[in-house]
Every structure is written in structure tokens, then in C-alpha cells.
Design a protein. Sequence first.
Length: 474
Amino acid sequence: MDFKNLSLIELDELIKTGKATPQEIYSYFLERAKEHNSELNAFTTLPPDTPQWSGLPISVKDLFCEVGIRTTAASHMLENFVPPYESTVTARMKDAGYISFGKTNMDEFAMGGSGENSAFGPARNPWDPTRIPGGSSSGSAVAVAAGLAPAALGTDTGGSIRQPASMCGIVGFKPGYGRNSRYGVMAMASSLDSPGYFTRTVRDAGMLYRATAGHDAHDATSLDVPVTLDASIWERQDLSGLKVGIPREYFIDGIEPGVRTAIDNAIAKIRELGAEVIEISLPHTEHGVSVYYTICPAEVASNLARFDGIRYGSIAGTGGDITENRSAGLGNEVQRRSLVGSFVLSSGFYDAYYKKASAVRELIRDDFKKAFKQVDVIVTPTAPTVAWKIGAKGDDPLALYLEDVFTIPASLAGIPGLVVPVGYASPKDDASIDLPVGLQILGPVLGEEKCLMVGHVMEQAMKSVVESKKPKVF
Ligand code: GLN
């Protein structure tokens, strides 16, 4: 049987009705993962040949600690690290009956937006393997888009679930900050890190959210608010009675025309489905990238100080010289952020950079607060472009940072964001191919249910457009 088109819910149904066994499903995806990994490099560690228990397989970004399973953060620094403890998200996923299905490739320590910063080589986009899949959760997006796994876990600090989901044509869901525990997830920027999911359907994302989200005493910033999802949201066929905000600051000149058209078509559909579409303003949007690239490195510098070869991290290849350890074990982007972060936190500069960035972050948060008094959800493009060629922006960190312009503000505000595929656009460098475009749906704090409801309705409405094309590797 061909399982790769099916959602978790459909696969579960096959098991319940005796049409397939969990073992058959596992072997099917294992074979696909093995067959395509040399081409796509989606996994840093392939799923085991013999799983320890049965249940539907979910791939795990290589920075969620799992007991006894090598977890590298795609860094040479942790190449041989086997965690002695389990992250809350993977523990809850397993409690709900799922099994872990390999560790997926990523930008080293989740720093990047293309997957190219992995110490184990870039993952490749199944729509065109000469292109990036987005990042930092590159391998998780690739595994789901190529049908190597029915779902995957990722993390999103500034867009790392939403942007690769958009570029690979699948669903990506980042619940609001504090909804999923950070316990056991290798820290990048602690005030931003948000675990979440890659799935084939919005409903699957909702199901995983129900399974893993909720208060965790091991994480000091975990929200102590019950996670509810009303089953009636999956029955909705239209968007009548809903107010949808379109922020004018997200429709700027840098957007590729094809992306713009795909998003405009999706907005026209939202109107057709009965929602009231309202133009809004999020006036501090333009400062998002500078604020993020000040706060994120500052937190990176403190979080990654532990990889000093004494507390954590290998000193292999340094001849035992600890002063060499970090330059040997960490890649360029990680070193760049650690240096920038130490600088913006240093005495004399702290007020001018870190403090100021934190103040502007509050303004960005307020923009959203005000907007959500007026509208139920906000929709925007996810990224200004479709997937680019591997290497095209490789040595230009600024060009890469600017790609995050539409995902960063929601991260700074800590609000939930869902991406659903809505169409296709040709990249600037090749008019003969079509690559996926995702619509970003943002909700207020604790507004996960609204995002999922709107996403589910849009998914049904855009089905014929989205399903008219399939990735090259699928
Ligand atoms: N691309 C962003 C960065 O490089 C976001 C990364 C993330 O969300 N982990 O920081």
C-alpha cells in the first residue's frame, strides 16, 4: 500500500480498521527514508531498523534530547552526544502512542534559514534538489514533503518551522511561546524558542499540539493555561463572521512577484469564504530583523557558553587544547552569533544594543496587541521568496537574515503562527519551474485554535490548486 500521501489521522484509521499494521507503515517509511536520504540528506541519524515499540512514526529535529539516541544539533561539537534524559515534547509524543523516527538535519544549533549551516551538509528540497528547503528545521520539512515520514517535530525561534514549511509545500505550526515546553530542547535563544510540527494536514498539526502542548514544571516560561481545541473547528466550511487583518507593512517591494500573486489569490479566497478582510498596520515591523539579530545572538552567546569542552562538547581534533575547542567544534554562523552576542551584552554597549532592542521588542508586541483588538487573525506571506539555489546566498549572512522579515515579528511577540500551502511561484532564476508558497496565519496570544480553524478552512478551499503539483522526489 502507498502510505506517503496519507495524514496521521488516515494512517491511524487504517490501523484501527485492520487494513494496515503499524509495522507495515513503519517499514514502508523506513525504506523510503533509506532510499532517498543520500539524495536529500534529510536525516542526520536514520530511523532504527527495529523500533522499540509500535505506533505511528514521527521524525525529530536533531536538537530534541531523547534518551539513548544520538542528538547532535547538526554540530561537530556534539557529534557523539547521547542524551541521558528526554525532552518533554518527545516524552509526551511517545506517551500519546507515537514513535520517534530518526533525527532530522538542521542548521547548526538552529541558526540559519536555509539548512546550509549543518555540519553534516545541506538538506535538499524535494521539489528541486538543487535548492534549499529552508531552515533551520530543514530535514524535518524535507522528510514530510518527500513522504519519508508522515510528520516531524521542529523548533521555531525566528521562523524555523514556518519558513521551511512554506518552501517545501507542507503545513508548519508554531504554537505560541510557552505552549510547548523547552525542557530538553537544546537552547538557542531562550526567550524565543518554540517547539512545533510539520504535517501533511492542519488537523494533524492540531492533533500533535493536543498531544505535546501544556504546562511543564521543568520549564520556567511554560504557560499554565489549559490547551483546548473544540472539535467543531474541523467542521467549518467557511470563514463567515471572521475578521482577517492584512498588514500593509508585509506587502513590500522585496517580495517576488509570483509569491505576491499566490498570496493575493489566497486573500481573495478568504474574502470569498465570507471573512471580512481589513487592512491593518503593524508600524514597527521594519525594526523586527534588527531587534531579532541583537536579542538572538545575545541569548546564543550565553546559551552556547556551556560548549567549552569542559562541561559539554568534544575536544576531538584539538589535540586536547581547550582554547582551540570552540573554533574546531562550531561552524562560522554559530561563532559569528556568539561574538556579536558577547559584544552587545558587554558593559558599555549593553544599553545601546540589548536594552534598546528589548524596548523595541515591546513596541512590536504592542503592535500585535492593538491589531488583535480589531481582527481575529492576521495573514501574510511567509517569506519574500521561494526556495533559492544551494550556495546562492551562502556567504552573505545579511541576505539570509532579511529572508526572515515576515516570520521574526511573531516570534518576538510570542504569538502562534501556522503556515499552509496555497500555491506556486517561479523562482527569479528559473521561469520554467514552480515552487511552493505558504500563507502565514498569525493569531493572538492563546489564539492557536483560531489559527488552526482558519488554516483548516483554507486548506480545503485551496486543495485543487495545491494538489495539482507534486515534488520531484515523492
Ligand atoms: N532564520 C532564523 C535565524 O537564523 C530563524 C532560526 C530559527 O527559528 N531557529 O535565526
